[in-house]
Ligand binder design. Structure first.
Ligand code: GLP
Length: 257
């Protein structure tokens, strides 16, 4: 694991975007795993700027999103597909056919989840997976207790997560109770992981993920087992870490995992 501590949210976002851009320049047909939530928004903004100003080319990129709410169509403003259109896809040159987001309206959920896993495999696996972290230590919608070997499937959301995400909906009752999500095992198959986090409300989750025991009660802690995992955090999210990390000054291109 390489823990990179940046001064603030913008620096964290820039660091993550520069790593993605570097991998994309080396491999134009990069397979990117994408996340939603407030955390990656800044990184998406930088990637859009690099596309517009420096011609960063997404024409051969394939993307797989981590998760989607069950019951929300892609046109619903709170669906993750809608979020991705507004915050990234509409502003870069990725072909529609290369975009994979789970369908929360799928009739046969199990078959749909199997299909999603097969498409990831056909694409050659995810090269770089972006991750946020829930305050309860979840990654994607793998809530505490999720099997560390799990694959894409339906999960029931915890009350904590529904409360955390209620800020985007008019009423808490509108937050879906279920979601489709890539599994912890599916995420761990990615060749590189970039876990982003900012703000003091995430400090406990980051401490547990990076320095706590590896446990299904903190699904994010499994990243300690990954061969190439970067934890990119701002100072507030890093505030409860007890080890000292060199990441504030070390170039993230130096692999010392
Ligand atoms: C949701 C998403 C996660 C995300 C988490 C944190 O639950 N399913 O993928 O990491 O929220 O969101 P935020 O970045 O807004 O704190």
């Amino acid at each position: 694991m390489l823990v990179i501590i940046k001064e603030n949210y913008d620096a964290m976002s820039n660091e993550a975007a520069q790593i993605v851009a570097d991998r994309l320049r080396r491999k134009p047909n990069l397979v990117l795993g994408l996340a939603t939530g407030t955390t990656p928004l800044g990184m998406y903004k930088v990637l859009i700027r690099l596309h517009k100003q420096e011609g960063l080319d997404f024409s051969k990129v394939t993307t797989f999103n981590l998760d989607e709410y069950v019951g929300l169509p892609p046109t619903h403003e709170q669906s993750y597909r809608y979020f991705m259109n507004v915050n990234l896809f509409n502003h870069i040159n990725i072909p529609e056919r290369n975009i994979y987001v789970l369908d929360g309206m799928a009739d046969d959920i199990d078959a749909h989840c199997d299909w999603f896993e097969q498409e990831i495999a056909k694409a050659g696996g995810v090269d770089v997976q972006i991750l946020g972290i829930g305050a309860n230590g979840h990654i994607a919608f793998n809530e505490p207790g999720s099997s560390l070997g799990s694959r894409t499937r339906v999960k029931t959301l915890t009350d904590t997560t529904r409360w955390d995400n209620a800020r985007f909906f008019e009423k808490k009752g509108e937050v879906p109770k279920y979601a489709l999500t890539m599994g912890v095992g599916s995420i761990m198959d990615a060749k590189e992981l970039l876990l982003l986090s900012s703000g003091k409300e995430k400090a406990d989750a980051i401490k547990a993920a990076a320095e706590g025991p590896i446990t299904a009660q903190v699904p994010a802690s499994v990243i300690q087992l990954h061969r190439k995992a970067y934890v990119i955090v701002d100072k507030e999210a890093a505030s409860k870490l007890s080890s000292s990390y060199p990441g504030t000054w070390r170039s993230s291109f130096t692999l010392e995992l």
